[in-house]
Design a protein around this ligand. Sequence first.
Ligand code: C5P
Length: 237
Amino acid sequence: MEKRSELYRGKAKTVYQTDDPNRLVLEFRNDTSAFDGEKVEQLDDKGMVNNRFNHFIMTRLEEAGIPTQLDKLLSDNESLVKKLEMIPVECVVRNIAAGSLVRRLGVEEGKELNPPTFEFFLKNDALHDPMVNEYHIQAFGWASKEQIEQMKTLTFKVNSVLKSLFEQAGLLLVDYKLEFGVVDGQLVLGDEFTPDGCRLWDAKTREKLDKDRFRQGLGGVVEAYREVAQRLGVELS
Ligand code: C5P
């Protein structure tokens, strides 16, 4: 496999073509951004930690029968992935109230949500990723009814697998965002699962160990990511 030209540069990852038309290289950079790219910083080792963390989580999800985009780890900062046609919506499940839910509904941060909630957001930076529902997704052709159902089923399956994985490591999975794509007609979990795209709290102290440390200027961002990785048994270099 040979890495070729840059295909797309996102806020924290770069996607490259390869000599295989069905494979891409995902490069996890140290760039860390929040508030639609308004706050950006380089954090040493974040790319390596996230790349290895993502590989660990995607492998656990594959083992649980969830199809993922991941093929293999290539280096500290790069993974080989299947080329997907991405669906332009984000799927968010919340087990505990935090973040935009707290701001939007005026509810108390930390309230346990029973049942966990599910939300779709449109991926559109210029519009600040507005919340959309299943009717919008179908009416504008972003996904079919069947794909919508599959995204919900898989996103909740990820919740049951990861909630218990994190629980065993003394962590609460507060919420997370997933993205899906299609390859050979199959819906597949794409993008990443790292502390950049989920909220993880220490189960005892409720200390924040995710990107909220960066958003809220709490410091110790990569240290927190390393702590979570170490508790899960993720091998870091
Ligand atoms: O901001 P909000 O509370 O809606 O985020 C819910 C979850 O989705 C958080 O874990 C956040 O990190 C993640 N998220 C993300 N990318 C976005 C929006 C939210 O990873 N564009």
